[in-house]
Design a protein around this ligand. Structure first.
Ligand code: FES
Ligand SMILES: [Fe+2]
Length: 390
């Protein structure tokens, strides 16, 4: 249970809020490279409560700037792409990828462009078909190079889910909550006669283990399920990468779930799926990682259709409320992963408030060459065997 005050402290993401200031210290996914084409070089992005425009100038360079023009605040989403920037559609002021105003067509040449005419802009970097942004203070940390984003011994595909109408912390708490899989996923699918799809999770859980990790390469919560039964295998833990990611096996895939806190009451999930080939050797990679937008998680009647894991999870997260009221909850022993995550979050917020660097920020180039985190492979093997027999 949390006081209403602590709940606010841990959940709000806007500029100047405790959690918002912490979340700004990390890189976040904001778009797919495959969706920023020559035909669609502009995209509205809402991240951490800020309205932004992502654009590619005529030379292919990416810029992420505040949406409202510094002249008289028209939306730059409607601007014209030019070789060296984005020109506002209202009176034609032009900005480069760093937000600098480089042209004001109806002003005399003698009037210098003041620094205050600069748009707020944020660094962006593309990796594995994802465009990541950093909305925090300098110095900018390294964009983490997770192994799952770099591997070439298989195929990669990016899924973008419908925007969720709930606060980001509900999604992250779920990642520290292995007990939910038995009923929400396993039982739901078994009742629908889809036992094979849910059966990995439809096994008695004998024990759950949790561990907080604070290493130089990553920080987060390692969670592990120990299943009962004679054939039970010890699976490795699934790492929750603080603050907003989960690395987990999913059937024969390895999946990096990346959650963008859009604003206080919305969350956008980007799901990077990597499928290893059978021979373990590098294979040719496409120029751009393909992207698929997942269709609605609800049916025509407006209710969750509960046909997919994503629909199950969305039902749980959104029905908890836009920002769930944690003063009415009753946590049990099985919720200890959630308690650990909250403690980790509180500690990192406190560090930032004290003017210190939170954990999970990477500044060491050598470590960042490739960050490998072992995750369970037994689940993938079981899933493959089941897929072959069902
Ligand atoms: S509002 Fe953008 S140029 Fe005037
Ligand atoms: Fe789930």
């Amino acid at each position: 249970m949390l006081s209403a005050e602590m709940n606010e402290r841990l959940t709000r993401v806007g500029p100047g809020t405790p959690a918002g200031d912490l979340l700004r210290r990390y890189w976040h996914p904001v778009a797919a490279v495959a969706e920023m084409t020559e035909q669609t070089p502009k995209k509205r992005v809402r991240a951490l409560g800020e309205d932004l425009v992502l654009f590619r100038d005529g030379q292919g360079r990416l810029g992420l700037v505040e949406e409202q023009c510094r002249h008289r605040s028209a939306s730059l989403y409607y601007g014209f792409i030019e070789d060296d920037g984005l020109r506002c559609a209202y009176h034609g002021w032009k900005y480069d990828c760093t937000g600098k105003c480089i042209d004001r067509p109806f002003e005399p040449d003698t009037a210098p462009i003041k620094d205050s005419v600069r748009l707020t802009s944020y660094p962006v970097q593309a990796l594995a078909g994802v465009i990541f942004a950093y909305l925090g203070p300098d110095p900018v940390p390294l964009l983490p190079r997770w192994d799952v984003l770099l591997r070439e011994d298989g195929e990669r595909k990016l899924f973008i889910l419908p925007e969720l109408e709930c606060n980001w912390l509900q999604v992250m708490e779920n990642s520290c909550d292995p007990a939910h899989t038995y009923y929400l996923h396993g039982h739901t699918l078994a009742l629908k006669g889809q036992a094979a799809r849910g059966s990995y999770y439809y096994r008695p859980i004998k024990e759950m283990k949790f561990q907080t990790v604070k290493e130089e390469a990553w920080c987060g919560i390692l969670k592990q399920r120990i299943y009962g039964g004679d054939d039970a295998e010890e699976e490795l833990g699934h790492p929750v990468l603080f603050p907003c990611m989960l690395l987990s096996p999913q059937r024969e895939h390895l999946v990096l779930h990346m959650r963008l806190p859009v604003d206080d009451t919305h969350t956008q999930i980007f799901r990077m799926q990597f499928t290893a080939n059978d021979h373990g050797k590098p294979q040719p990679q496409p120029e751009t990682v393909p992207v698929e937008r997942v269709a609605s998680l609800k049916g025509e009647d407006g209710e969750y259709h509960m046909e997919s894991f994503a629909s199950h999870d969305a039902m749980a997260w959104e029905t908890q409320g836009a920002i769930t009221d944690r003063s009415r909850e009753n946590l049990g022993v099985s919720d200890q992963g959630i308690a650990l995550y909250r403690r980790l979050l509180r500690e990192q917020i406190d560090l930032v408030e004290a003017g210190k660097e939170p954990h999970g920020i990477i500044r060491n180039e050598a470590i960042n060459q490739r960050i490998v985190i072992e995750v369970s492979s037994s689940q993938r093997r079981v899933a493959k065997e089941m897929a072959g027999t069902s």
